[in-house]
Design a protein around this ligand. Structure first.
Ligand SMILES: Cc1ncc(COP(=O)(O)O)c(C=O)c1O
Length: 140
């Protein structure tokens, strides 16, 4: 486990560690702004995964787009959509990633229960999470 100063740093470390020049990085579109920047800094190719009209992931479309990709950053609850993907959807995407060499970065930083409960288990999942309130600073 690596502890970072926030989810943003964890994402940067994970993406720049995993992604090499020209490799494709997928993320929900609309989605959190930093995924594209981290991918470009790593030399990768950012690629939005279009959401359905009700702002959800279409699992079959995801699978098609995942072929040949290096990373899928999966964000649930989503920012800015607020969508909580079903366990079935997350499991299907993670299992497909495991079988096809796509590392899933599960960004759960907007999940207030993520510090105590994991909704994704497979070994290639990278978890990022932030406490909802920052830790108290020590008094000098
Ligand atoms: C989905 C998502 N990931 C990552 C971050 C970055 O989190 P932090 O402020 O802990 O670096 C945010 C912050 O808003 C976010 O909404």
């Amino acid at each position: 486990m690596i502890v970072t100063a926030g989810a943003g740093e964890a994402l940067y470390v994970a993406i720049t560690t995993l992604v090499r020049e020209g490799e494709r990085v997928l993320f929900q579109d609309p989605g959190f702004v930093s995924y594209e920047a981290c991918t470009v800094l790593a030399g990768g190719r950012p690629e939005g995964v279009p959401l359905t009209p009700d702002l959800r992931l279409d699992v079959e479309a995801c699978k098609e787009q995942m072929d040949g990709a290096r990373v899928f950053v999966l964000n649930s609850p989503g920012n800015p959509t607020g969508t909580v993907e079903s366990e079935e959807t997350i499991r299907a995407i993670v299992e497909y990633g495991n079988d096809h060499g796509v590392t899933i970065i599960s960004d759960e930083s907007t999940n207030t229960s993520s510090m105590t409960k994991s909704i994704t288990a497979p070994p290639v999942t990278v978890m990022t999470s932030s406490p909802s309130t920052p830790p108290a600073r020590p008094t000098p």
